[in-house]
Unconditional design. Structure first.
Length: 191
């Protein structure tokens, strides 16, 4: 009887450990929020980290973002340009925006390249048609979009490659391509 009790205790102990072995490793949920015109200290989680002050002493209230930062991971070392287009181009391609020829909110202009004597980045798409006229700096400028992955991004792993198998969405303004650029639907690339 004593052996039976010991065996039963061992079996029950093993059964309790089974869930730990049976767990399938799950990929993390990822929520990336890219916002224009937000300073590093405008989000409480970052401000408290930067200033060393409690969150409840800050002027702005961002409780849900603070909770996400507290329970998840904060991405603190991304290069952000001073305007939207180069930042998005860098995020989506994995390249520094200046390597793509993107340093302006107008998706860069061909005259900028002509003035410096540099060729357009490989695979760049010229934006020389409607509705992009409203974004031109002068009548002679023609905008340039982020290069297409098929021609210019073969040497970097892109976000879609790194997150293959994830369900994803991009919400908000685009500002890095034109309406007739392959893969972009009409009306979805302006704002």
């Amino acid at each position: 009887m004593n052996k039976t009790i010991k065996l039963l205790v061992i079996l029950i102990g093993c059964l309790g450990a089974l869930p730990a072995f049976a767990q399938v490793s799950q990929r993390p949920n990822i929520l990336l929020i890219l916002v224009d015109d937000v300073g590093y200290a405008d989000i409480n989680a970052f401000a408290s980290h930067l200033r060393g002050t409690p969150i409840d002493q800050h002027f702005r209230e961002t409780p849900r973002i603070d909770q996400l930062a507290r329970e998840g991971m904060m991405f603190t070392q991304f290069y952000a340009s001073s305007v939207c287009t180069p930042t998005r181009a860098g995020l989506l391609t994995g390249k520094m925006p200046n390597r793509l020829g993107m340093w302006d909110a107008f998706a860069t202009t061909t005259t900028t390249f002509a003035k410096t004597g540099k060729p357009l980045p490989e695979g760049a798409h010229l934006l020389d048609h409607e509705p992009w006229d409203e974004y031109k700096i002068s009548r002679t400028d023609r905008g340039v979009s982020v290069p297409l992955a098929a021609t210019a991004l073969h040497d970097v792993k892109t976000i879609p490659q790194g997150l293959a198998g994830y369900h994803s969405a991009f919400l908000g303004k685009w500002h890095i391509g034109s309406h007739d650029q392959p893969g972009f639907s009409s009306g979805g690339s302006r704002f």
